[in-house]
Design a protein around this ligand. Structure first.
Ligand SMILES: Nc1ncnc2c1ncn2[C@@H]1O[C@H](COP(=O)(O)OP(=O)(O)OP(=O)(O)O)[C@@H](O)[C@H]1O
Length: 426
């Protein structure tokens, strides 16, 4: 066995010293109004009250024993999976998440779940290279990441022959929309890569096809060993959450359908998102996205359903918030469409808009309007964009499919399946 490098031995010595110091005392987490939990060690216990020396400053506090949480040894610091902690209590979980976040690790596993902490800044975690890093890898071969979750769904789809679902949940502003975008980004990237020989999963067993999600995404079975049943049926992965897609890492390789899926989100966001006190781009509706994959691994189609749109926002909301983005975008950049819709003046002239915040930091409504029109072109509203905008506002579904021939009426399936002509009703 090779001798350890100096840095390795220094690290080992530091770990040993930390462990020795830890062993000398009875370490606990003490609840603190300002910092959540603070480290300390118990020097005396009497009548269910512990006397604790605070590690920072040496102050002595008397705390009920039930309020103290056992601390994990330092070797558990920054552990990838919270479930590995010896003492699984709230204080230890928060400590671990805090340590990891401080070193740039926003993702942490908790058993089968992935915890994501919103960094509120752009981090270099979603490039093509990172997609590649997670492709065909087991969960334990890489640091925790949303891509690993998407990869797992893809692999399960193949191995279990079942549709897969990814549920993304959290309070407003937690990052659900962004996480959803990352899942779509990953699935779109590996789906379009599906024809590449390198995509054959190194760890697949006897696959089949799968897909599914609550943000429903149907994933293809490409590159996976297939059973006959797999060849016959398209399955998928779905993801459920509350919103959007972002840019793709490898736009140049994406097919039309993949791009349409990614570009649908800004459209939905224009009509269903608004600025709130917690989030400048808050999704005011839930979304169920289903992506279907063909046996060759390409995306066969996608379907987005929305639900629970906060319609009341149109007429009433806090004065510190706005109505849906599209109203402000239309008033800023609508041009001739405003005349068509018999609108004139600006936000100030409309009762439903002037009792709200007008502008949002970082959002240029005119520019967003122009982008919205581009996106509408991209998803196929190509004839008369302005009319399409009006149309989009009237309907409630987005449906894309690669098939260009409409299905015969009465051929079964939902009404949406009878309109498989590359578009969308939004
Ligand atoms: N992974 C991330 N990297 C960088 N910034 C992020 C990330 N996740 C979230 N953010 C930032 O936080 C903001 C709010 O996130 P997001 O809109 O995804 O929250 P949400 O949970 O969907 O909120 P709501 O329920 O109100 O729609 C984003 O606009 C973005 O600026």
């Amino acid at each position: 066995m090779p001798a350890p490098r100096p840095s390795q031995s220094a690290e080992a010595a530091r770990a040993a010293a930390a462990q020795a110091e830890f062993n000398e005392k009875k370490w606990v987490w003490v609840p603190d109004d300002k910092d959540g939990y603070l480290a300390g060690w118990v020097v005396r216990e009497e009548d269910d009250v512990g006397e604790v020396v605070m590690a920072a400053g040496g102050e002595i506090r008397k705390v009920p024993i039930y309020a103290l949480s056992k601390m994990n040894p330092p070797k558990f610091d920054r552990v990838d999976d919270i479930a590995d902690l010896t003492f699984l209590n709230e204080a230890s979980v928060v400590h671990n998440l805090r340590l990891r976040f401080g070193s740039g690790a926003i993702y942490t596993y908790s058993g089968l779940f992935l915890v994501a902490i919103n960094p509120y800044q752009s981090l270099p975690l979603y490039s093509d290279a990172i997609v590649h890093q997670y492709r065909n890898k087991r969960r334990d071969e890489n640091p925790p990441h949303i891509f690993a979750v998407a990869e797992r769904a893809w692999v399960n789809m193949g191995e279990e022959r079942e549709n897969q679902s990814i549920l993304i949940t959290g309070e407003s502003g937690a990052g659900k929309t962004e996480s959803t975008k990352k899942v779509i980004q990953y699935l779109a990237a590996i789906a379009t890569d599906a024809h590449a020989p390198s995509l054959t999963p190194s760890h697949s067993q006897s696959p089949s096809l799968a897909g599914a999600g609550s943000f429903n995404t149907v994933v293809p079975a490409v590159g996976l060993p297939r059973s006959s049943s797999f060849r016959k049926h398209t399955k998928g992965v779905s993801v459920s959450q509350g919103s959007g897609f972002g840019g793709l890492t490898s736009k140049g390789r994406l097919g039309l359908l993949e791009r349409q899926i990614l570009q649908a989100n800004p459209i939905l966001e224009a009509f269903g998102n608004a600025q709130t006190q917690r989030n400048n781009n808050s999704s005011r509706f839930g979304k169920f996205i289903r992506i279907s994959f063909s046996p060759d691994g390409s995306i066969a189609g996608a379907n987005i359903d929305w639900y629970l749109l906060e319609k009341s926002r149109v007429v009433v909301r806090s004065e510190a918030e706005r109505s849906f983005h599209v109203f402000y975008q239309l008033m800023e950049g609508g041009g001739s469409l405003k005349e068509t819709l018999l609108l004139d003046g600006d936000v100030e002239d409309y009762e439903y808009l002037n009792k709200s915040r007008r502008e949002v930091d970082g959002i240029d409504d005119r520019e967003e309007w122009n982008l919205l029109k581009v996106k509408l072109f991209a998803v196929g509203c190509s004839a008369v964009v302005d009319m399409a905008v009006t149309e989009c506002a009237r309907h409630r579904r987005v449906h894309f499919c690669r098939t260009t021939r409409p299905l015969p009426r009465g051929s079964g399936g939902s009404p949406h399946r009878q309109h498989r002509d590359r578009v969308y009703s939004i």
